[in-house]
Design a protein around this ligand. Structure first.
Ligand code: DOR
Ligand code: ZN
Ligand code: ZN
Length: 439
């Protein structure tokens, strides 16, 4: 098949390591077919799906159900399985059954999955560290947020900013600090999801300098929207973590340029329009679709000179490929790599519209926003899944799990080796202690 790319840019397809395709469990919000069609139309060639489906992706059976549903995918995919107190004893079984990675809901959110206890985080990290498998963390402190939420509800607050008040930036700072402490101790690889606050960047910068293997994503909503938009949009923009005050926007850009934030993801979190537009903010579901609007939004900022197209490729493709063990195979246009390609028109202008979304959730805080820069063609492993701006309908099912090509780099195990010995080989630990006492 040929395509005229005169005047267009050929980019590696975006890798969005944070989507909620809701399948199985919530077909009125999204399915694998609709969500992956949205990805294809957004220039996204690989997605990683989150485990807060129904059933949650925390058992081998649930994982098999998800893999079955994903057979209809237009794009390649990884599966983040659930990391929690109920799953920590069978993480290896989940990996064997096809999980690529894990997600820990340290902050409460849609699906109401219980936050892993700190003991569970430590134990799971100890297990995953030698395997080199990365765990994504939704890092907000649930106890701070539960207390704040009940206080605000009791005092009768139902306005949009009450959502922000319930989830202050300090909840994010605290959870990130705690997770990084455990990651550093164990040598586990972690990934901070949807980083939203300027105030917690120093914690990440410090950890990276010390050599903690932490990768960080932010999303277009945190870079481009703020509480002003929350007042305007209310429940439509309700998302966890919340979009924050305007002072947070530019520092996130600066952190992307600096490399403290590694990548762009979307937290594509579709809900039905009626679930997003209730008058009481507490009754509006959190999240909104994003997988098909990320590229036009970001290319628009590139056109405005806020970063270069090479910066964008690093954030959208190279960094996620490296984080998830796909580097060399995906995230790069090069000999030997999969032909996962987004061909973009940097000049094309348009207005983002809910009516044109492929997602079943046709509601978006980006509705009405003027953009310049669109993906026109999307190619997954050499096959068009979007052509001339149109979904290639019969490419449904072309998407494959990346499990077959995922190769996590060798882990660097840190303090955990000595710590674990006291559990796994108590006799050896006792011999060492006795020898030390004699010296
Ligand atoms: O706003 C959100 N929605 N944040 C999350 O962390 C989860 C997501 C969802 O699944 O709806
Ligand atoms: Zn999350
Ligand atoms: Zn999410």
């Amino acid at each position: 098949e040929e395509v005229n790319a005169d005047g267009l840019y050929v980019l590696p397809g975006a890798i969005d390591s944070h989507v909620h395709f809701r399948d199985p469990g919530y077909p009125h919000k999204e399915t694998w077919k609709s969500g992956s069609a949205a990805a294809a139309c957004g220039g996204v060639t690989t997605v990683f799906d989150m485990p807060n489906t129904s059933p949650p992706t925390g058992t081998v059976e649930a994982l098999q159900m998800k893999l079955k549903a994903a057979e209809s995918s237009y794009v390649d995919f990884g599966i983040h399985a659930l990391f929690g107190d109920d799953t920590v004893d069978h993480l290896e079984a989940l990996l064997e059954a096809g999980a690529t990675s894990f997600k820990a809901f340290v902050g409460n959110t849609f699906g109401n999955l219980p936050a892993p206890t700190d003991g569970c985080l430590l134990e799971g990290f100890e297990k995953l560290a030698p395997l080199g498998i990365r765990t994504t963390v939704h890092a907000e402190n649930s106890s701070i947020m539960a207390r704040r939420t009940s206080h605000l509800k009791d005092s009768g607050r139902t306005d949009p900013l009450a959502h922000l008040a319930a989830r202050p930036a300090v909840a994010e700072i605290e959870a990130i600090g705690r997770v990084l402490t455990l990651a550093e101790w164990t040598g586990a690889r972690v990934h901070i999801a949807h980083h939203s606050a300027a105030d917690s960047l120093y914690v990440l910068r410090d950890a990276k300098r010390r050599g903690v293997d932490v990768t960080v994503e932010t999303c277009p909503q945190y870079m481009l929207l703020n509480t002003g938009d929350m007042l305007r949009l209310g429940g439509v923009l309700r998302v966890n973590p919340p979009v924050r005050e305007a002072r947070h926007n530019q520092p996130l850009w600066d952190a992307m340029m600096e490399g403290v934030i590694d990548m762009i993801a979307t937290d594509h979190a579709p809900h039905a329009p009626e679930e997003k537009t209730r008058p009481n903010i507490w009754e509006c579901d959190c999240g909104f679709p994003g997988v098909e609007t990320q590229m036009p939004l970001m290319l628009t900022e590139i056109n405005r000179g806020r970063a270069t197209i090479m910066d964008y490729v690093r954030w959208s493709a190279e960094a996620p490929a490296k984080a998830w063990g796909l580097w060399g195979v995906k995230g790069i246009v090069a000999p030997g790599a999969h032909a996962d390609i987004a061909i973009v028109d940097m000049d094309r202008r348009g207005v983002l519209s809910e009516n044109r979304l492929r997602s079943i959730s046709r509601i978006s805080p980006w509705h009405g926003r003027t953009v310049q820069g669109y993906p026109l063609h999307t190619i997954v492993r050499g096959r068009f899944v979007m052509r001339d701006g149109e979904l290639v309908e019969n490419a449904a099912g072309w998407g494959k799990s990346v499990k077959g090509v995922q190769r996590m780099p060798e882990p660097k195990v840190r303090h955990a080796d000595t710590f674990v010995k006291a559990i796994t080989d108590p006799e050896a630990a006792a011999r060492e202690a006795a020898a030390a006492a004699e010296e």
